[in-house]
Design a protein around this ligand. Structure first.
Ligand code: SAM
Ligand code: TMP
Ligand code: ZN
Length: 409
């Protein structure tokens, strides 16, 4: 019997294609003394809607469990990402935000990585951010923040208080939100007649192509494609008018939506949809073969780590990413195989990883006594990290990576 659920976009039937089993919250880093106390678990599984083709989780985690005062992800931890968002802010400033009193709203502004430059330039802006700790960091940078979950009601309050938005923007946030109907009704209400709703998220075609199964965790509810986003937009009187492949977080797409008929779609939209059709992304056979690759990666990674341990090598992890929760818990890897994970986030250091309870330590501990091997959980920041950790390589250290397959370099 196929396992199904109801599509959060079109109410159609979602057919399950992969089950990761019982998984913890990916960003729940506990104090060591409290590790395992009341730990929240849910069944992490993915499916595809047989009507609108949206790939999504089969089960939803309540939003307050994930996004709260102690949410530990700090966007500004990567210099590459700071540059990425700085360039986009400049693009918005010189294209969409050139009217008399332009207004931009960002969903999930986190610590203000994108809005900072616009706030500094005196552009009217609002960050909507439910996670209190990171919202405070943005406010401390001079950014106007509303501590809330963006949804239909919040959108209409913003519209009433501040008028329509020329740009509504969300990075690595829209895919986190299962209640998409409320979001898109809010966007339609808040958007100026010629305004744009721009969002960028991990691209499902790249996840399949690179076997990057660790992009699948509690917070990533939807896995977008140009085809599914076009369908989703249509259901709400919006239109997908542009797509842009962006080389961040292992492959993302930046989607631009406008009110239906307000802008002419670029050729890139039809081109990307045609490429997705060629990749047979919605075929069950493609999804099943992705699943088979994921199981192979798990088996290869576990055997490699066991072999290294048997030979007496020291192995640590690098980057206590949300992604690593899926890898560690799906593979059953704990502190017996990985001594600790090095991470720059003050919010994660001194704590243990969710479910697997591996200690998280600052990079100074990594440099104090280099291990023989480091598993690169932050593989999406590989270029930046490998450049800054050249001393580790020079000391004979080796990187272990697991996408698109397990390899040591
Ligand atoms: N935009 C930043 C980036 O790309 O680095 C932060 C991305 S972070 C992975 C996702 C953010 O979305 C979190 O800070 C979370 O609190 C926020 N978030 C979750 N649900 C939201 C909602 N309904 N409205 C606004 N923000 C939300
Ligand atoms: P992300 O892949 O979701 O952006 O998370 C990256 C994690 O890796 C985050 O916890 C910060 C950490 N990190 C480092 O420890 N060192 C680094 O150089 C970078 C870029 C990230
Ligand atoms: Zn659907």
């Amino acid at each position: 019997m196929p396992v199904t659920s109801q599509c959060r976009i079109c109410d159609g039937i979602v057919q399950e294609f992969f089950d990761f089993g019982r998984q913890p919250l990916s960003d729940a880093f506990a104090e060591p003394a409290r590790a395992g106390d009341n730990e929240f678990f849910f069944r992490l599984a993915t499916g595809i809607c047989t009507s609108c083709s949206m790939v999504q989780l089969m089960e939803e985690v309540p939003r307050e469990e994930m996004f709260h005062e102690d949410y530990p992800y700090l966007s500004s931890g990567s210099s590459f990402m700071r540059e990425h968002f700085g360039k986009l802010a400049e693009r918005f400033r010189t294209t969409e935000l050139t009217g008399p009193d332009p207004f931009i709203v960002e969903l999930g502004c986190n610590d203000g990585i994108m809005l900072k430059a616009l706030a500094d330039a005196g552009i009217r802006h609002l960050g909507v951010e439910p996670s209190g700790g990171v919202a405070d960091l943005a406010a401390a940078k001079g950014i106007t923040v509303r501590k809330d979950f963006f949804e239909e009601k919040v959108a209409s309050e913003i519209r009433a208080e501040q008028g329509p938005a020329d740009v509504i923007y969300a990075a690595n946030t829209l895919c986190h939100i299962p209640y998409m109907g409320s979001i898109l009704r809010g966007v339609v209400n808040l958007l100026a007649p010629k305004g744009v709703f721009v969002f960028e998220d991990p691209y499902f075609a790249d996840i399949v192509r690179r076997n990057s199964f660790d992009q699948i965790y509690d917070e990533h509810f939807f896995f977008f494609t140009a085809q599914s986003v076009r369908e989703m937009a249509k259901l709400h009187g919006l239109e997908l008018v542009d797509v842009e492949r962006i080389p961040v977080h292992g492959g993302e797409v930046r989607y631009t939506l406008a009110l239906a008929g307000a802008r002419t779609p670029s050729a890139a939209v039809a081109e990307l949809i045609a490429a997705e059709q060629e990749q047979k992304l919605t075929d069950f056979a493609t999804l099943e073969s992705f699943g088979a690759n994921v199981r192979q990666i798990r088996d290869d990674l576990v055997s490699l780590l066991r072999e290294l341990k048997d030979k007496g090598h020291r192995v640590v992890g690098y980057g206590a990413t949300a992604k690593s929760a899926t890898v560690l818990n799906f593979c059953g890897i704990g502190p017996d195989l990985i001594e600790f994970i090095s991470d720059t986030s003050s919010t994660k250091q001194g704590r243990v990883t969710p479910g697997s309870h591996i200690p998280v330590k600052p990079p100074t501990e990594f440099a104090a006594r280099y291990p023989d091997y480091a598993v690169l959980f932050a593989w999406n920041h590989a270029e930046e990290i490998m450049a800054k950790e050249q001393d580790f390589r020079d000391a004979g250290g080796r990187w272990i990576q697991y996408v698109p397959s397990v390899h040591v370099s």
